[in-house]
Ligand binder design. Sequence first.
Ligand code: SF4
Length: 228
Amino acid sequence: MQSSMLYDETLPRVRSRLRQLRGPVRSNDRMAPIWQLIHAIISSRTLDAVSWAALERLMICWAEPEGIMAARPEEVEAVIFDVEHAEPKSRWLVAALRMLHNAHGDLTLGFLSDLPTEAAFRKLRNLTGVGPKAAATTLNFSSLKRRIMVVDTHVCRTANRLGFAFHKDLGKAHTEFSRHIDPAWDGDDLYELHWLLKRHGQEVCVDGAPACGRCPLADLCPSARMVQ
Ligand code: SF4
């Protein structure tokens, strides 16, 4: 309990230091939730540049998500060929879109607007191929701007080392990290926090041997000495 309180005080300091270092991160260019979901399904374990290019090709081939839903998975795979695990992702994507259309009669994801964030998160998790990161990005990164933290592998690793989470499993880490979030922070703040921590995980708190010696968070980090 004590450590939980300590970390509750620490996260705002982490955020403020990273913000000072990197500058604020805001986006006024949010995608429609359905396209964000499609990107989320095809993007796991794939470089951002590759997955965004694959999404662009999907949008060129099928201007509307209904076109992807009606396509054969092999046709989708041919378009997203260079993302990791293109074959199962193509099947999952078509299956998820069909599930959504069968349940709601369209692919607007309009039903999410009527649901509290946690319930919307659970609904998305029920779709084929949608894990905790994919569900959270759909809700937070899209025009929905929901107040939910996106925990990817970089954020997860950094959060574990900083003591905000204790599992490598993204779902568990998401739940643990969420307990430390200031109730006053909104969806834009959590969007920013994701990108600040992600960049920190990619450039400083890297997998393997983190650069604790040049880390601006070292005095706040319980793992600093262990991994130096
Ligand atoms: S001190 Fe080291 S382990 Fe802690 S956040 Fe910084 S780089 Fe990561």
